[in-house]
Design a protein around this ligand. Structure first.
Ligand code: 5AD
Ligand code: SF4
Length: 442
C-alpha cells in the first residue's frame, strides 16, 4: 500500500556540464522534446478533458544526471501510454513536473528558481484549459525526498511532491490532484513498478539509457544519493534484458546501462532446492552483449572498489562493449579518501587503472571533488598528480558542496571559497591540456 498523503488545501536547473570537459554525456537541462520515432502518436491524442476521459498536456523539466533524464523519458512513456501529450513549453501544459537533482546545492537552487517561476502560470485565469481545476505543478525526484513538505510551506502553487521511488504512481496522483484540487506528497522509498520502464517515448533514436539499479549503499561521506534514492536496488536481470531487446526491436542498437554504482549490481533469486543464484554486473553485461542486433553497450558509473579484472577481460573480449570506463576517484589523497569513506587507497585506484590499460587499452574519464573539508595543498597536489598520471579523456570536476544529513556535513567546511575556486580552475586547466593532447593523438 502506498503511504502517500493527501493534503486537502486547494491553494494553490543542473550543474553537470557547466564544468565538464569533453563530451557532455550528462545533459544540462533536458526538457523532453517530442520524438517522432518510437510509438509516439501525440498528434492523434485528444487534448485536455473530453468525453473519453482526461488527456492532459504534460511538460517535464529535468535537472541532473543521465539517470534523471531516463527517469523523465520513462515517465513520459507512461503518460503517452495513457493518452497524455508531452509538450515542449511549460506555458502550453496542464501538468508541469520538475524532475530534480540534490547532489550539489547549485542543482537544487536552479530547480527551486524554476519552480518559483511557475507561480504566475498557476495563477493564470485559465487554470487547466476548459475547466476550473488548478494546473498540476509537481516537484519530483531527489529534491522531493530531500526537501519534502518544506516546499509546500514555501510554494503554495505546488500541489504534487513525489520522490524517486514513486514515479510510477505519478499518473494516478495527477488525476487525483486535478479532480480533487488536493495536494499529494509521496516520499516512500520502494521498488518501482516495472511498468515505469515504458519505451513509448524516446528522446534519442540512436541510443537508449536502461536503468539497471537505483540508489547506492556505499554512503560516501559527502553524498546525498543513499538518502534521497535509497540503498542499492537492483532490477531483475530478465526485465533489463527484455528492455534492451525491445530497444533493439525498435531500432535502437546502442545502449547505456545506468546506475549510481553499476559494479555493485547483483540480482539474486532462488533456483531448485532453494539454492540462491546471483547475477553479477559482469554476468548481466555478458547477457546484454550476447543479444543479436546490439551495436554497442556502455555503462555509467563505475566504482573503483569493484571494478574487476573479470570485467576488463569481458570488455576486451567483446567488440560491442565500448572501450571506455568512467571511474570517479574523487581525490588523490589517502587522507581525504578515508574521510570521504571511499573504501580504497589511491594506490588501489592506480593499480585498477593500470590493469584496465593493460587489458582493455581504452579511454578513461572520472569525477573529482576539490575543496573537501580539511583538504590541504598537499592533498590537492596529490589529486593533480593522479590527473597527470592517468590522462583522462575528460573529467567532471566539482567544488565540494555540503549536503544536509550526510556525514561530511558535520565536518567543518574548512576550505575557503577562494581556494575552492582556485583549485577548481587549476584542475580544469590541467585537464583541458590533457584532453587536447589526447584529441590530437587520435
Ligand atoms: N559535493 C560536490 N560533488 C559531489 N558529488 C557527489 N556529491 C557531491 C558533493 N556533496 C560528485 C561526485 C560524484 C558525482 C556524481 O557528483 O564526484 O561522483
Ligand atoms: Fe554517492 Fe557514488 Fe558514493 Fe554511492 S558510490 S554514495 S552514488 S558518490
Amino acid at each position: 500500500m502506498s503511504k502517500h498523503k493527501d493534503i486537502n488545501n486547494n491553494a494553490s536547473r543542473d550543474d553537470i556540464g557547466s564544468n565538464a570537459l569533453g563530451p557532455l554525456t550528462q545533459n544540462a537541462s533536458a526538457q523532453m522534446p517530442s520524438h517522432p520515432n518510437i510509438g509516439l502518436n501525440a498528434a492523434t491524442q485528444p487534448l485536455t478533458r473530453s468525453a473519453s476521459g482526461w488527456h492532459p498536456k504534460v511538460f517535464i523539466k529535468t535537472f541532473g544526471c543521465q539517470m534523471n533524464s531516463r527517469d523523465s523519458e520513462a515517465l513520459s512513456g507512461l503518460f503517452v501510454d495513457r493518452g497524455y501529450r508531452i509538450v515542449e513549453k511549460a506555458d502550453d501544459a496542464d501538468v508541469i513536473l520538475v524532475n530534480t537533482c540534490s547532489v550539489r546545492a547549485h542543482a537544487e537552487n536552479r530547480a527551486i528558481s524554476f519552480l518559483g517561476s511557475l507561480k504566475s502560470i498557476q495563477n493564470s485565469k485559465f487554470k487547466i484549459k476548459n475547466c476550473q481545476s488548478p494546473k498540476v505543478i509537481g516537484l519530483i525526484g531527489c529534491m522531493a525526498r530531500n526537501l519534502g513538505e518544506e516546499i509546500y510551506k514555501k510554494m503554495p502553487h505546488v500541489n504534487l511532491i513525489c520522490g524517486p521511488g514513486c514515479l510510477d504512481k505519478i499518473p494516478d496522483y495527477i488525476k487525483k490532484v486535478s479532480e480533487k484540487g488536493s495536494r499529494i506528497i509521496d516520499l516512500e522509498d520502494r521498488d518501482r513498478n516495472e511498468e515505469l520502464y515504458s519505451l513509448s517515448f524516446k528522446v534519442d533514436s540512436d541510443r537508449a539509457g536502461v536503468v539497471i539499479s537505483t540508489g547506492c549503499s556505499n554512503y560516501c561521506s559527502y553524498c546525498v544519493v543513499p538518502y534521497v534514492r535509497g540503498n542499492l536496488r537492483p532490477r531483475n536481470h530478465q526485465n533489463i534484458v527484455d528492455e534492451v531487446k525491445n530497444n533493439i526491436k525498435a531500432g535502437v542498437g546502442k545502449i547505456t546501462l545506468l546506475g549510481q554504482n553499476v559494479n555493485d549490481y547483483h540480482y539474486q533469486f532462488k533456483i531448485q532446492n532453494s539454492k540462491l543464484k546471483i547475477i553479477t554486473f559482469v554476468d548481466l553485461l555478458k547477457m546484454i552483449s550476447d543479444l543479436e542486433g546490439l551495436k554497442e553497450v556502455d555503462f555509467i558509473s563505475s566504482n573503483p572498489r569493484n571494478s574487476s579484472v573479470e570485467l576488463f577481460k569481458l570488455m576486451a573480449e567483446r567488440s560491442n562493449i565500448k572501450k571506455h570506463l568512467h571511474i570517479p576517484f574523487q581525490s588523490g589523497s589517502d587522507r581525504v579518501l578515508k574521510s570521504m569513506n571511499r573504501g580504497y587507497a589511491i594506490a588501489d585506484y592506480l593499480d585498477t587503472i593500470k590493469k584496465y590499460k593493460e587489458i582493455v587499452g581504452g579511454s578513461l574519464s572520472a569525477d573529482i571533488i576539490v575543496g573537501f573539508p580539511n583538504e590541504e595543498e598537499d592533498d590537492f597536489l596529490a589529486t593533480k598528480s593522479v590527473v597527470e598520471k592517468v590522462e583522462f579523456k575528460y573529467a567532471y570536476i566539482f567544488k565540494y558542496s555540503p549536503r544536509l544529513g550526510t556525514a561530511a556535513a558535520n565536518m567543518v567546511d574548512s576550505v575557503s571559497t577562494e581556494y575552492k575556486e582556485k583549485r577548481h580552475k587549476e584542475l580544469l586547466d590541467l585537464q583541458k591540456q590533457i584532453s587536447r593532447k589526447l584529441q590530437k593523438k587520435c
